[in-house]
Design a protein around this ligand. Structure first.
Ligand SMILES: C[S@@+](CC[C@H](N)C(=O)[O-])C[C@H]1O[C@@H](n2cnc3c(N)ncnc32)[C@H](O)[C@@H]1O
Length: 253
């Protein structure tokens, strides 16, 4: 339920947020970087474009199909030897202790049965003095301007509550501290949109929310369509505002 595909076509707001996340990792020449829950691999290509001097970027995902697509895209983009994709489980990482200089885990813990075990695994495979960035949205903190606030609240709350753990964002800090990193710095990145149209995240997210709630049979198509039409109209009238908070823990080992 996140940003996922942001390079093709490019989503400027999502790209800006990824740039912010990656900057927190202080990536240095020769670093080996792991991305837990890499989906189809946009982050790996984006990271290499920003930091071509890294030694290696490994994208790991549990879903074989996503890894297959990541590998196909990697081939079509010229098989950069610094990028590798691996199918694996975030709660039992297939790497030795102290392997990576930097680790990213974005929007993934919600989908892992025992997120604290996954954070422990991240700490285990991180080198001493390494940095991990663990990020999760708290879906209750999704703000769309609207004239019908009751309906918007219902839609946002139903979306968050029907996922595996839509409010994990507010528990990240406690979980990361409990795992025993040397230091954990909490941050919030707020993405803001003042337009409801392609290629902005708010537009893509509203469609994602609609499809999700229809699949779950929680709110009917008519209600969701009229919500989206209202957002479009507000945007045409220059009255649109959207913000979403990305909760981040920068963890130092
Ligand atoms: C919402 S996507 C986030 C993708 C990307 N990190 C982002 O920020 O857009 C969650 C990803 O976690 C993966 N995932 C779910 N359970 C996992 C597990 N146990 N180990 C590794 N990846 C997992 C899913 O297949 C999916 O690609």
């Amino acid at each position: 339920m996140a940003q996922e595909h942001f390079l093709n076509p490019p989503m400027p707001d999502v790209i800006a947020s990824w740039k912010f996340y990656l900057e927190q990792l202080d990536i240095k020449p020769g670093d080996s970087v792991l991305d837990v829950g890499c989906n189809t691999g946009d982050t790996e290509h984006f990271l290499i474009s920003l930091f071509p001097f890294v030694n290696k970027v490994v994208g790991l995902d549990y879903d074989e199909n996503r890894i297959a697509v990541a590998k196909e895209t990697w081939e079509s983009k010229g098989k950069n030897e610094k990028i590798e994709f691996i199918q694996g489980d975030g709660s039992a990482l297939p790497f030795n202790d102290n392997t990576f200089d930097k680790i990213i885990c974005a929007e993934t813990l919600e989908w892992i049965k025992d997120p604290k075990t996954a954070i422990k695994e991240i700490k285990r495979v991180l080198k001493p003095n390494g940095i991990a960035l663990i990020q999760h949205t708290d879906w209750d903190q999704t703000v769309y301007t609207t004239t019908n606030i009751e309906k918007t609240r219902l839609i946002i709350q139903s979306f968050g509550d029907s996922g595996p753990d839509g409010i994990i964002g507010r528990r990240l800090l406690v979980m990361c501290k409990q795992v025993g990193f040397n230091k954990v710095s909490p941050l919030v990145y707020t993405m803001i949109n003042d337009k409801f149209e392609e290629p902005y995240y708010s537009f893509k997210l509203a469609k994602m929310i609609k499809d999700w709630l229809l699949t779950k049979k929680i709110i009917n198509n008519e209600e969701l369509e009229s919500w989206i039409s209202e957002l479009k109209e507000m945007s045409l009238n220059d009255e649109f505002y959207f913000s979403i908070n990305r909760n981040i823990c920068v963890c130092y080992k």
